[in-house]
Design a protein around this ligand. Structure first.
Ligand code: GAP
Length: 450
């Protein structure tokens, strides 16, 4: 059994080897804690984002989607509290000049890097927002920030969305987009990076109902993660005692990563902090007139804020297994047991040999299936090696065109988790894949498989 540290190393290596995720600007030695997604990574990410959008926006009449700009008026970040509050106290070792978050050192008196004793400077505040300048003149007046969260783009557009969409409280606004934080201690692969993507939803409610909706969204969000195929025992709630400046209550959904239990998503009761602050700083009213109650008020906000990249990392960790091969138990295989609905490639297609018309039939199946799913054609090396490659990619099905296909238009379809096979008519493949995807449970296999 690999140690927990080795699991992270093995997953990082698999991500590079199979084209999920690799370091950004790698040919120049990389740039700290910044990553690019390859062909499999981008599909996995798209699938997760599309499911979130479908479940949060498409299926719900009470939630609207938006896509706001990354660059916003600098006053947004004063009103939001980020200019004053989004800081970490840092100390520096006078000997090796390494910097640490003051609260991470706790009562340490010795530098964790060079071992020098009593070497730390007094804490200094370090700003986590990336700052830039807009326009040709670089001055105090042209400062702009890369957004550190997508949420503010929702608050400032409250009326721009509510009025045309004819929404009434309670209702929500959702968006998926990039956020940037100049993190001091990024790390654990893509867990904490300086550029990342968020899936955020802000739900506007009558103040007296905030507690009820907070509980509702906590359970909805945990269920959503379970619907992605996560092992239930790895997901946990963690209620915060120490709260951020905007929050009245906060709970994290945490995942058991190999490096420890850590946050996947935050659910916050933000009270009327955000709309009140934007009302104060912009001079525009954020009061809502509730016709049913015949009452004016500033809605409270229940926020669900998840990281796309963190979710992807947790899914990879959760799906990663090393286990004996079915027909050769002395040999181990690496397999990603991803839910088929998020798997980057749904079907691998192999001709058994590169002759007797098998490649032509396999190519025809490939082009027909491309209209339904992401597929991958592979005729390189033994069938066993081709299976291994697709197991590592998390591909739930592999189809082999063999001698019998030439006689009766059937193929073998091999399921990833159990490695069992069934024979299927070529025309039935899309149905088999779809039915299995709807009913998927880890290690269940195909009905009638051998
Ligand atoms: N609008 C509230 C907000 O941004 P947060 O807890 O700071 O709350 C929400 O961030 C989520 O965004 C986190 O649960 C995490 O999934 C993701 N996230 C935050 N910082 C991140 C980072 N540096 N790298 C990757 N993901 C991050």
């Amino acid at each position: 059994m690999a140690s927990k540290n080795n699991v992270m190393k093995d997953i990082t290596a698999l991500c590079k080897r199979r084209g999920f995720i690799f370091r950004s600007s790698e040919i120049y030695g990389g740039i700290a804690s910044t990553y690019d997604c390859g062909p499999l990574g981008v599909e996995l990410k798209r699938n997760v984002k599309e499911l979130w959008w479908r479940d949060i926006v498409q299926l719900r009449p009470d939630i609207e989607g938006i896509d706001s700009a990354i660059l916003m008026h600098p006053k947004v970040w004063i009103a939001s509290g980020h200019v004053d509050e989004f800081v970490d106290p840092l100390v520096e070792c006078r000997q090796c000049h390494h910097r640490f978050k003051a609260d991470e050192l706790k009562n340490l008196e010795q530098c964790p890097d060079c071992g020098t004793k009593d070497c730390f400077t007094e804490p200094k505040l370090f700003h986590l927002m990336f700052q830039t300048y807009m326009g040709p003149v670089q001055s105090e007046d042209s400062i702009a920030y890369l957004r550190p969260e997508t949420a503010q783009g929702i608050y400032v557009n409250f009326e721009n969305v509510r009025t045309p969409a004819r929404q009434k409280v309670p209702f929500g606004i959702a968006q998926i987009g990039k956020a940037f934080r100049n993190e001091i201690t990024p790390g654990n692969f893509t867990f904490r990076t300086r550029e990342f993507e968020q899936m955020e939803m802000q739900y506007f409610v009558y103040p007296d109902n905030a507690e009820k909706w907070y509980k509702y969204w906590k359970s909805q969000r945990k269920e959503w993660y379970m619907s992605l195929g996560f092992k239930m025992e790895n997901l946990h709630f963690h209620a915060h005692e120490k709260l951020a400046h905007y929050a009245r209550a906060a709970t994290d959904i945490e995942y058991d990563f190999p490096f420890g239990r850590s946050e996947l998503e935050g659910i916050h009761n933000r009270g009327d902090f955000d709309l009140s602050r934007h009302q104060e700083f912009s001079g525009k009213s954020f009061e809502y007139f509730d016709q049913e109650r015949d009452e004016r008020y500033i809605p409270f906000i229940i926020e669900t804020s998840g990281g796309v990249d963190r979710c992807i990392l947790a899914l990879l960790v959760d799906a990663y297994e090393v286990e004996p091969e079915r027909d050769n138990p002395d040999k181990m295989r690496v397999v990603l047991k991803l839910h088929p609905k998020i798997a980057p490639v749904k079907v691998g297609i192999f001709p058994l040999v590169k002759r007797d018309g098998m490649p032509e039939i396999a190519r025809k199946i490939e082009s027909d299936l491309r209209r339904h799913f992401m597929v991958f054609y592979d005729d390189g090396g033994s069938i066993g090696r081709r299976y291994r490659r697709q197991d590592e990619a998390g591909t739930p099905f592999c189809i082999t065109v063999d001698g019998q296909t030439l006689e009766d238009d059937t193929v073998t379809i091999r399921e990833r988790d159990t490695m069992v096979q069934v024979r299927t008519k070529i025309g039935d493949i899309p149905d088999v894949v779809r039915r299995y995807t709807v009913d998927w449970e880890r290690n269940k296999g195909l009905p009638g498989g051998k």
